[in-house]
Design a protein around this ligand. Sequence first.
Ligand code: FNR
Length: 184
Amino acid sequence: MRIGYIVGSLAQHSINRRLATALSGLAPEGVEFVEISIADLPLYSWDQDADFPAAALDFKEAVAGVDGVLFLTPEYNRSIPAALKNAIEWGSRPWGQSVWGGVPAGVIGTSPGSTGTAMAQQHLRNILAHLDMRVLGQPEAFVQAREGAIAATGEIQDDSLRAVLQGYVDALVAHVDAAARVAA
Ligand code: FNR
């Protein structure tokens, strides 16, 4: 099983990328987490629907090549970052050729605040429902980024956080697996 993860931050030292690395390290045997980068995507306009740029074609191909997608969203101004919304736009177009429909997905995120991206995640769920993605409902994980919880290398340094994240990964893997069985 291959789960593609999309980090909704362009920041060099993104704490959400750090979370992605931590989650990747918790993948069970036979499951691979691969990053689907949004860094090279230009700003979306439907002017380019008839002639998609190479970066957008690559992005759509990468999404089509995985069994499920994990979104890691930062919270910017109580919603998802523009860069993430932009990537979702590219994946949804041209009309009738969206890569998102029916794809099993997970939503998670981290921020220093106590709400741990809860509002951004809820906004993202709204968007993904419209795109007909099969989003894991539970568990939710609103990860507060605390000093010493996850090292820059992605190593989880807090046992209770490790247990929460392991539970999340296990549930996501089961969700993607169940979707694959239904499709088969
Ligand atoms: C933030 N941050 C933030 N945090 C939060 O919990 N709720 C919010 O609404 C916002 N708003 C916000 C807006 C903008 C423009 C920035 C740059 C930041 C703080 C944010 O959680 C923090 O910068 C994280 O490090 C962002 O995640 P990445 O980009 O490091 O993965």
